[in-house]
Design a protein around this ligand. Structure first.
Ligand SMILES: *Cc1c(COP(=O)(O)O)cnc(C)c1O
Length: 421
């Protein structure tokens, strides 16, 4: 029996002609792609390093770097070479068989992060989900929490991804609305408030899950000493600390891990975004052997997790970070970025937060919303994105130069000056 599918709603594009202009491509996206993003009206066709070029040949300075998935810039030659080399050998085996990249990737990533074991996955949300599963299993098998009672403490303003269980502990109304019923077992406490965290810990607490710096919240850095106190409380109560370093990790702040600045070690880390070098999705949970060791064959899995292509690119990412050059550059160019953005405080900017090559620019009330500012910056060749209503996030590829930073900040200064009149 054959079934005929109803014809899809006709797109407004004329006569099926091949799209040419940016307007054509935007119309096509609007007609056929689910509207779960509100992109700036720029259509990219090519990119290299810190620069992107649109379908008309206009060049843009990329100050977003794919939400930090492009820490090493677009098409870094070492990463492209590793991908091309692996494409010529084998790309996918499934974990039903061993392959010659997996163990090396896990060993090298563990060595880079000072951890003992690696669970490979694909997206960031998938890594966070896996860390939650591992923490719960650890709580039942090792800590002795009664079945189905394990709790995980999370922080207000968090962003850990988009799955049902992860949005179950989000307090962003837009991310949560209409998706219930939600997964139980999570307790949200105020970020940066160690006393609130202490009060939420119970004998059934399996883990504390938080971002060392909250990225999507607007590059929010917690008060000095907070993360050390979180670690101390976790030790005192026999609770795992899970650091979500999917955005903060892998060079962005000037260290491999943002927690390294605090001299604090987590029991598990989630990594993603830049781990795939901007080429393909690669994520991982890394951490203690006695914690990840609770996983047994069949108890967790992923068809694509740890595939040869992902491992080959991941190994090249690790090799880039092993020299420390990227981290030094993020520190130096980041200091320049913060110094230059700091000059705008009182001139359309209320506050600049962040660490390394990562800045949340809080616009002053007289500027209003961030969206028109990012639209105007795009018209002038600088791509940033507002997060929430009034924050602009600057997270350029680490290969950006101080001259390019100057040009981006000068453009922002000009836009803000015009809005202020
Ligand atoms: C982006 C992000 C995630 C989710 O990663 P996806 O690959 O989009 O699923 C999780 N945690 C943090 C801190 C992130 O920034």
């Amino acid at each position: 029996m054959t079934t005929t599918r109803p014809a899809p709603a006709a797109p407004t594009r004329t006569g099926g002609a091949a799209p040419v202009t940016a307007a054509d491509f935007i119309e096509l996206d609007d007609a056929w792609c689910a509207h779960n993003y509100h992109p700036l009206p720029v259509v990219i066709a090519h990119a290299e390093g810190a620069w992107m070029t649109d379908v008309h040949g206009t060049r843009y300075l990329d100050m977003l770097a794919g939400y930090s998935a492009l820490n090493f810039g677009h098409r870094h030659p070492d990463l492209v070479a590793a991908a091309v080399e692996q494409l010529g050998r084998v790309t996918l085996t499934s974990r039903a068989f061993h392959h010659d990249q997996l163990g090396l990737f896990c060993e090298e990533l563990a060595d880079l992060t000072g951890t003992e074991m690696v669970l490979p996955a694909n997206s960031g949300a998938e890594a966070v989900e896996a860390a939650i599963k591992v923490a719960r299993k650890w709580a039942y098998r090792i800590k002795g929490v009664p079945e189905n009672q394990a709790q995980i403490v999370t922080a207000g303003g968090n962003f850990h991804g988009r799955t049902i269980s992860i949005v179950s502990f989000s307090d962003d109304p837009v991310a949560v609305a209409d998706y219930g019923p939600f997964t139980p077992g999570f307790v949200n406490v105020k970020y940066g408030d160690a006393e609130a965290l202490a009060a939420a810990l119970t004998p059934d607490t399996a883990a504390v899950l938080l971002e060392p710096i909250q990225g999507e919240a607007g590059v929010v850095v917690p008060p000095a000493g907070y993360l050390r106190e979180v670690r101390r409380l976790c030790d005192e109560h026999g609770v795992l600390l899970i650091a979500d370093e999917i955005q903060s990790g892998l060079g962005r702040t000037g260290e491999v891990l943002a927690l390294d600045h605090e001299g604090v070690r987590a029991d598990l880390y989630t990594l993603g975004k830049a781990l795939g070098g901007g080429i393909l999705p690669v994520s991982a949970v890394v951490g203690r052997r006695d914690v990840l060791g609770v996983l047994t064959p069949g108890s967790h899995g992923s068809t694509f997790g740890g595939n040869p292509l992902a491992c080959a690119v991941g190994r090249a990412v690790v090799a880039l970070l092993r020299t420390g050059g990227m981290q030094r550059r993020a520190t130096e160019v980041g200091a320049h970025l913060h110094a230059r953005l700091g000059e705008l405080v009182g001139r359309g900017v209320a506050e600049v937060r962040g660490r390394g090559l990562w800045a949340g620019v809080e616009l002053a009330p007289e500027i209003g919303e961030g969206r028109p500012v990012s639209e105007e910056l795009a018209r002038r060749g600088v791509l940033v994105k507002e997060t929430h209503d009034t924050t602009l996030r600057f997270a350029p590829p680490i290969v950006v130069t101080t001259d390019e930073i100057d040009s981006a900040v000068d453009t922002l200064a000009a836009v803000l000056a015009e809005i202020r009149g």
